[in-house]
Design a protein around this ligand. Structure first.
Ligand SMILES: CC(C)(COP(=O)(O)OP(=O)(O)OC[C@H]1O[C@@H](n2cnc3c(N)ncnc32)[C@H](O)[C@@H]1OP(=O)(O)O)[C@@H](O)C(=O)NCCC(=O)NCCS
Length: 206
């Protein structure tokens, strides 16, 4: 997949643009809508647990620190498309999409660092192709700029919306693994794994 995308550096940090989205650095103003998304049982249905405000803030801080340290992160996703914004009751912040290094030793790593592409959008933003649009730009950035040999993605088998994003991105299934952080018997222990070699020639939009 070769999306329309571009990247630039703002205040020393990489930001990405797609036709309808800005993937930017995190701001304090994101904390409230981020916490609301992370507390929504619909959004968190396929994750081990919803997050309270403390957990949500800690995750935002981790994303911001990784942006500084590695030059990539799970970016804050902001909708820039006027037609979508006009219909949105909750502002431009839509969630996150991006690249991160798993916080556990991945039993499936082929490369070091093992980089994951992931996404989480507030429910009103589902069904518009935004996660796939954002993630495609992240994969292009991973190939063209970061020159990563591989990007992985994983989720629980019942997370059909997330698996559909992986497939739309052209990722290939590579079986299942037991999540090292899950205890035996935890409902979320088994994960499906997908891999992709990001396109190193995906042209950026002029
Ligand atoms: C996973 C998640 C990001 C997927 O969101 P999504 O909106 O379904 O995914 P996409 O951005 O690819 O959008 C695809 C849908 O938009 C529709 N669509 C509408 N307009 C579109 C457009 N202009 N372009 C592309 N697709 C469009 C597609 O037809 C598709 O609809 P469908 O679901 O009815 O088939 C979202 O469900 C989510 O945040 N879930 C909770 C968090 C989570 O589980 N994350 C993963 C944990 S590992």
């Amino acid at each position: 997949m070769s999306p329309a995308w571009s990247w630039s550096v703002q205040d020393g940090l990489a930001v990405l643009r797609t036709p309808r989205l800005l993937l930017r650095a995190w701001r304090d103003a994101d904390r409230a809508p981020f916490a609301a998304m992370n507390a929504d049982p619909v959004v968190m249905a396929h994750l081990p647990a919803a997050l309270d405000r403390t957990g949500s803030d800690a995750l935002l801080d981790r994303f911001a620190a990784q942006h500084e340290e590695r030059g990539y992160t799970c970016w804050a996703v902001e909708v820039t498309d006027p037609a979508l914004l006009a219909a949105a009751p909750t502002g431009a912040f839509a969630g996150f999409t991006g690249l991160s290094v798993p916080g556990f030793v991945p039993p499936f790593a082929h490369h070091e660092p093992c980089v994951e592409v992931g996404w989480r959008l507030a429910a009103p933003w589902w069904g518009h192709g935004l996660a796939t649009e954002a993630a495609a730009a992240c994969l292009a950035y991973a190939g063209v700029v970061l020159r990563l040999p591989e990007v992985v993605s994983f989720t629980t088998p019942g997370n059909t919306r997330s698996i559909a994003v992986m497939r739309r991105l052209g990722m290939r299934p590579d079986g299942t693994f037991e999540h090292p952080r899950a205890a035996p018997g935890d409902w979320w222990r088994t994960h499906v794994l997908y891999r992709i070699t990001p396109d190193r020639a995906a042209p950026a939009r002029s």
